[in-house]
Design a protein around this ligand. Sequence first.
Ligand code: NAD
Length: 265
Amino acid sequence: MKVAIVHNKEKKTLEVTERLKTLLSQANIGIDEHKPELVISVGGDGTLLAAFHQFSHALDEVRFLGVHTGHLGFYTDWRDYELEELVDSLLTNREQSVSYPLLKVRVSYLDEKPDQCFFALNESTIKRSNRTMVADVYIKNELFESFRGDGLAVSTPTGSTAYNKSIGGAVIHPSINAFQLAEIASLNNRVFRTLGSPMVIAQDEWVEIRLENTADYLVTIDQLDMPKTNIRSIYYRIAKERIHFASYRHMHFWHRVKDAFISED
Ligand code: NAD
């Protein structure tokens, strides 16, 4: 098995990474930063998101595993003091994995620039900071509503506990192959009207957000900001590709939610 390690720059993480490298080498597991079968992120959820984007071109070949050096993460199953156990389980449970849905994001531009496609593991947002964002929301090519407000967030089930949750979206179990559209501070009055509730969109449906012709939108895909360009519209749907996690140990989703947001056992 070939392994790549993606880590953040914190002192504790660097120490953990060195220890992990030693244990992997003692177990005859090679490091391959370019064509790995397993990507181990060491850090927090943000580090796992970075690892995902680094290897999103090879989703069919790569499995992910997260070691957290801080608080319990949503994508990081292993604690930094469990490295021996982790390496042992790599040797004994090689075949197990669990997969989660991803969002496919297609951006189309006003000029001749070709469409661009991205995957999001958590979410994609469209915002306008100091002026009202104006956009038409289409579901399956049919105009659903005209949105005015700060912005819109489109999230995956595993991303539903991230930014989506902060703006009042529902938490969705990742076995549900669907995505969620949630509003960020919509303007609702006698003139402007939107649904006002988060919506869960089925896997065979797609959403298009057609922007008013201005260039000052902020579009994010997980922790990445897209450069400000003349975006005409953004299409969202559930991707055929999924993220595969090496499931050497699996934590019950609702247990993880309780642990993170209500109380630790
Ligand atoms: P980061 O690593 O500091 O992450 C920010 C926080 O979000 C951390 O506490 C992290 O554990 C948590 N988080 C990330 N993914 C999560 C998930 N799927 N479920 C529950 N919690 C999750 O910073 P970053 O690298 O910039 O991470 C980017 C992510 O941070 C974005 O995808 C977005 O979801 C989240 N975020 C949230 C808010 C908010 O809640 N107001 C604002 C900005 C970004």
